[in-house]
Design a protein around this ligand. Structure first.
Ligand SMILES: Cc1cc2nc3c(=O)[nH]c(=O)nc-3n(C[C@H](O)[C@H](O)[C@H](O)COP(=O)(O)OP(=O)(O)OC[C@H]3O[C@@H](n4cnc5c(N)ncnc54)[C@H](O)[C@@H]3O)c2cc1C
Length: 414
């Protein structure tokens, strides 16, 4: 319920920020009409705190009308692998010249969402906010979306917290989805909490597994430093919302030609909603070239490599294999490699075709970040090292002998 108290001074500030045209100024007092979604935009701008929103207690709400699994579609100007221009002025709509690409995490979430939607017997929908449609629905359909809610608007030319969360909240209010999944990316980690706080619903960050239990979304994630797995349910609020890191969910096979129904949605957006303006965007070439997130081959080293000098052998090995170097947190803490190379819970989650591990024990916080790799090869002198539990091929031996031999053998083959 939304209420306007006697404190209202009729200043009119709330009227233009309401994305749903739900406020009229009558006798110098703000009056909300039935279009109000309780999004809270007016509460934030009221200079005299005259507007209050009271929400129903979760347990007493009827949640039966909430249906469907939604996936937030993340677009990227550079794609997942590209090293974009070093610095670009983000002052205009220059992105329109190059169609943005759908980030791979979106397809991973659609693959997971398809499974959840089938189990619930509900629709899988993709939510796309864009300045211009470039036929994205074909790819979204191929990865399992039944429907694409498409919002096309000039103000959606680049990601902006206020604008995107306003659109998302209005779509949720209109269509009442049961589940929404976001990538645990810079964008998803910014958008999902804003939507959650506006709708007053829960959000589970960095889920490593999703399932359906008694009709609810079972959200699993490491807790207490990764020492336990927590299973989280949100029985009293909708939508149930989760973020998932890239490379955690297995990518399904696209079914080309499978189409999704496009539902075009309008949005009343105005520049005044945009409280943050991006003046300049800089991409650091140093870290952009690392991109362990999307590498096919990763040669990773841990504390067992002993010194920074010895760690350099892994650079040589990875070059010969056409891969990139990864590191355990211990190796990063010891200064063997920069943080951008760290694999694991507090680093990057990876799923290469080949993951080679040298002198890494296999702590749970490391394993959660690389266990989705297709083939894991581990070298460790300790036969009981936990890394062998996830490795397809294990070599019990000394890395000081094995790494140079591998380098030698690969050089001979070249
Ligand atoms: C909240 C939290 C978040 C964390 N996040 C991460 C994370 O993102 N990524 C991560 O990696 N860790 C993370 N950790 C740390 C994690 O718990 C471990 O401490 C870390 O992964 C250990 O790194 P390591 O395997 O390189 O070192 P160690 O556990 O010390 O293992 C070294 C291994 O090298 C082997 N070895 C030694 N010498 C040789 C040799 N000559 N030949 C062959 N093998 C040899 C040893 O047998 C041993 O198994 C996190 C911890 C916490 C609490």
């Amino acid at each position: 319920m939304i209420e306007v108290s006697k404190k209202c001074i009729g200043c009119n500030k709330c009227v233009p920020v309401c994305p749903f045209a739900a406020i009229n100024m009558i006798d110098k007092k703000a009056v909300m009409n039935e279009a109000c979604t309780l999004c809270g935009a007016c509460v934030q701008v009221c200079p005299v705190q005259a507007i209050t929103i009271t929400r129903e207690e979760g347990a007493s709400r009827d949640l039966s009308g909430y249906k469907g699994v939604w996936v937030y579609v993340e677009l990227s100007e550079t794609g997942d692998n590209a090293c974009a221009s070093a610095a670009s002025k983000a002052s205009g709509h220059q992105a329109a010249n190059h169609p943005k690409k759908i980030k791979q995490v979106t397809f991973e979430l659609l693959s997971a969402g398809r499974r959840l939607a089938d189990e619930l017997g509900e629709e899988l929908c993709a939510v796309l906010m864009t300045e211009k449609d470039h036929g994205y629905e074909k790819e979204l359909g191929a990865y399992g979306a039944d429907k694409v809610y498409m919002v096309e608007h000039d103000e959606l030319f680049e990601y902006n917290t206020d604008i995107f969360s306003t659109v998302m909240v209005s779509l949720v209010t209109r269509h009442k989805p049961s589940v929404i999944l976001y990538g645990a990316t810079i964008q998803g980690r910014d958008l999902a909490p804003r939507v959650a706080s506006t709708l007053y619903v829960g959000l589970t960050a960095d889920c490593t597994a999703l399932a359906i239990k008694d009709g609810l979304l079972l959200q699993s994630r490491p807790a207490f430093g990764g020492n336990i797995m927590a299973d989280i349910l949100a029985p009293n609020s909708r939508p149930q919302m989760a973020t998932v890191r890239p490379n955690v969910m297995k990518l399904g096979e696209p079914v080309h030609g499978r189409s999704a129904l496009v539902v075009r949605e309008s949005a009343k957006l105005d520049k005044s909603l945009r409280r943050v303006k991006v003046l300049e965007r800089k991409i650091d070439h140093g870290s952009a070239t690392v991109r362990i997130e999307n590498a096919n081959i990763i040669v990773s080293g841990g504390r067992g490599m002993k010194t920074k000098e010895k760690f350099k052998q892994l650079e040589e090995l990875s070059k010969l294999l056409g891969g990139v170097v990864g590191a355990s947190r211990a190796a990063v803490d010891l200064g063997f490699k920069e943080k951008t190379h760290q694999v694991g819970q507090s680093g990057t989650t990876v799923s290469p075709k080949l993951y080679l591990s040298f002198g890494i024990s296999g702590a749970v916080q490391h394993i959660v970040g690389m266990k989705a790799s297709d083939v894991i090869v581990a070298v460790n002198k300790d036969p009981n090292a936990p890394i062998f539990n996830v490795a397809k091929y294990g070599i019990v031996g000394d890395i000081n002998e094995i790494v140079p031999k591998l380098i030698e053998a690969l050089k001979k083959r070249k």
